[in-house]
Design a binder for this molecule. Structure first.
Ligand SMILES: Cc1ncc(COP(=O)(O)O)c(C=O)c1O
Ligand SMILES: [Zn+2]
Length: 441
């Protein structure tokens, strides 16, 4: 089948005609060995305007088939992911207005509602599984902090492709159960994410199996860019701020790619300021960013970042201790006028409880963290009057049993009826709000 796309090396501009060639070159540029590429579509992007029209009712991400790296629709493996509600969270808007005198709109992209495995990694799952099926691969190796391996395990099992997932020592037991449950092979490495990556690379080389290409993987970037298509299709106003929990940074890299496509079409006029939130217990990018900003971004600032070994965190999903994407990602964040910040891990549960009471949704720690980051951004003058914020809510509670248990505030065991008092729900909610206010004063 004729290729509808080509890949262009970011280092030397060499063109790779299709994913078949890219895979057979072990996902490297055959001219310079670079691994960062941009996918271009021969059709140009004008037809995209029709796909992002309002009033359409797409079922899944494959609504954007013409701009995804697959040639034949018959290879699609899907659980109807990628088209999720974008909700207005007016309870935070009210807080901003009443407490900080700030008028802004807060939209939340409910990626926890993705039907595959309930995280925003399902978008990558469908694209990767479909592309591997099309190019006739039946084995794949991935190193993952958890959510991406869980998504791949399900989508690849649906495509009858074997997955070898290398996860760090502290990944959630449920993640291990899910991956194994789909009949895939999971290896828990006695070390951090970096150690899991090293083992995965060696295993893939030894057995000559294709290895998931990490945060610069063009398949993942192509999948994530569709978040921006969705903003265009669904929202009346284009966002001025994007907030996401940050681990390796594929989400913002997808946003960067979408702009290359959309800007020449005049569909977008500005890049949303990227406010990316790391956990305080594993925040190499936030640490590096703060240092660079405080010294006014001196020459070579983007290459100066710490490596956190064996991070002691309760959010292992986000624990990328060696952030190899930083030199590239940080420059993009700067270009957008954004920020990389750290959210105090011990505060995350309080925000999660508030979300549960106000919106009737239980979120996992990697989803509550960016909401904590939003509160921090509101309080530290990073959100302006008139801002339109889109926040990526990336996971529900399916993954982290230890975190989920923290929703329990009172021991329910009683011995006599007199211990059972009627619930004053409104008072409970206002107490939760007071707790939130205390976190930021
Ligand atoms: C729920 C959730 N949010 C955010 C992220 C961060 O993704 P990235 O930094 O690759 O864009 C992850 C990564 O595992 C995640 O699982
Ligand atoms: Zn090259």
């Amino acid at each position: 089948m004729k290729s509808k796309l080509f890949l262009q090396c970011r280092e030397c501009n060499h063109q790779i005609p299709d994913f078949k060639t890219w895979f057979s070159n072990w996902q490297k540029c055959d001219q310079c060995g670079g691994h960062k590429v941009i996918v271009h579509y021969h059709s140009g992007y004008e037809p995209l305007k029709k796909l992002v029209r309002k009033g359409l009712e797409p079922k899944n991400i494959w609504h954007y088939f013409d701009y995804l790296p697959l040639l034949d629709k018959k290879n699609i493996v899907t659980f109807n992911e990628g088209i999720v509600p974008i909700e207005r969270w007016d309870f935070i808007e009210r807080y901003a207005r009443e407490v900080l005198n700030l008028d802004c709109k807060i939209y939340v992209q409910r990626n926890d509602l993705n039907p595959g495995t309930g995280t925003f990694k399902d978008m990558a799952g469908t694209v990767v599984a479909s592309a591997l099926r099309e190019n006739r691969y039946d084995n794949y190796v991935v190193a993952s902090t958890g959510n991406i391996a869980t998504a791949y395990s399900k989508y690849l099992s649906a495509a009858r492709i074997a997955l070898y997932a290398f996860i760090p020592h502290n990944s959630s037991i449920l993640q291990e159960a899910h991956i194994g449950g789909y009949g895939q092979r999971v290896f828990r490495v006695d070390g951090d994410y970096e150690a899991a990556k090293t083992m995965a690379v060696e295993f893939a080389a030894k057995h000559r199996i294709l290895l998931a290409a990490g945060n610069f993987d063009p398949l993942r970037i192509e999948a994530k860019k569709t978040m921006v298509y969705e903003w265009l299709r669904v929202l009346k106003d284009f966002p001025t701020v994007y907030i996401q929990a940050l681990s390796g940074g594929t989400g913002p890299l997808g946003i960067e790619k979408s702009f290359m496509e959309l800007e020449p079409l005049n569909l977008v006029s500005h890049l949303p300021r990227q406010i990316l939130v790391q956990s305080s217990k594993c925040a190499p990018m936030a640490i590096a960013w703060e240092k660079a900003r405080n010294s006014n971004f001196p020459e070579g600032w983007q290459n100066d970042y710490p490596i956190i070994k064996k991070p002691q965190t309760t959010i292992p999903t986000l624990a990328t201790g060696n952030p190899k994407t930083y030199p590239f990602l940080s420059q993009f964040v700067r270009k957008t006028g954004g920020d990389i910040i750290a959210g105090d891990e011990s505060k995350v549960i309080h925000v999660a409880r508030l979300i549960a009471m106000e919106r009737s949704v239980l979120v996992g720690p990697a989803a509550a963290l960016p909401v904590l980051g939003l509160f921090q951004a509101l309080h530290s003058g990073r959100i302006f009057n008139g801002d339109i914020v889109v926040l990526n809510l990336g996971e529900g509670v399916l993954r982290e049993p230890d975190f989920t248990q923290k929703y329990i505030t009172k021991k329910p065991m009683i011995t006599k009826l007199s211990e059972c008092q009627p619930l004053k729900r409104n008072r409970k909610i206002s107490q939760q709000w007071q707790k939130i206010a205390q976190l930021f004063t």
